[in-house]
Write a protein that binds this ligand. Sequence first.
Ligand SMILES: Nc1nc2c(ncn2[C@@H]2O[C@H](COP(=O)(O)OP(=O)(O)O)[C@@H](O)[C@H]2O)c(=O)[nH]1
Ligand SMILES: [Mg+2]
Length: 287
Amino acid sequence: MEIIQDPPKAAFSWFPGHMKSAWRMLEEQLKEIDLVLFLLDARIPRSCQHPQLLASLSKRPVEQIWILNKVDLANADETRLWAAHLRQQHTVVEMQSQSGSGLGPLRQPLSALKQRLDAKRSGRSLLERPVRLMVVGLPNVGKSSLLNKLVGRASAKTGKKPGLTRGKSNWVSGPEGLQIRDTPGILYPRIETWTQLAHLTACGNVKSDVVPRFEVANLLLARLAQLGLSERLPAPCLTLEELGQRLGFLLKGGIVDLERAAAWLFNQCFDGKLGNITWEPLHEPTE
Ligand SMILES: Nc1nc2c(ncn2[C@@H]2O[C@H](COP(=O)(O)OP(=O)(O)O)[C@@H](O)[C@H]2O)c(=O)[nH]1
Ligand SMILES: [Mg+2]
């Protein structure tokens, strides 16, 4: 994770060494890959895009399929808009990798890509070999879940906490005669603004215990208001202080328990308890 402007310090110190080696490993792995399945969280398609990955892919003969995942947690109309927008440049599939819904629609572009890649190889008189695929995306976007669905068994660990998938990887057989790397490529987000940090925290891509929680929670409350969704809270409120008051989270002397209020808000977001939310609509709401 790299924060460019106005860095929130606690978030900035999040495993810098680990991130660097993860990127180096991913770059190495990409050398043997023909096709990348790039997962984005449908709630935050902007923050899930990764300039470093896209730059790296543009230098190689690698095909891409973009997957808008967790569509069950996003606003369906916004997902449609995002998919149409991204389709201007990429092959896009909408998905719920946890349940496997969306796998059917993924098979068609996979098989089309496989045919194209096979034709390319034979056109260049290259030896025949299986087409190699890799699942790539930010922590917690659903990479391991997708991998398990693709190979039809629980080969990759999944979980709510980012960073579960580690270690050496191998190839496994997937659909359409493709070979799949059995460990996904983890990308660490490049965080340019506090708002982006807030969105990534709400969607579980950045651990909530390493971010400045009160600032992030306040930003999420402000964002809910901006998106016209404050009524999804138990009572409309604009600040964490107010939220804590409304929830009756009080410490001795009537002081609001901001920690508890922030934890409550994050849990509501993680579990989709506030309903379907696209934190990053394609078009920003007008004031
Ligand atoms: N609601 C919902 N949850 C999902 C979906 N895909 C994955 N998840 C959940 O998101 C969390 C992270 O998934 P995982 O596959 O481990 O993500 P990874 O870190 O990218 O490998 C897990 O709790 C999954 O059950 C989805 O489409 N919808
Ligand atoms: Mg994983």
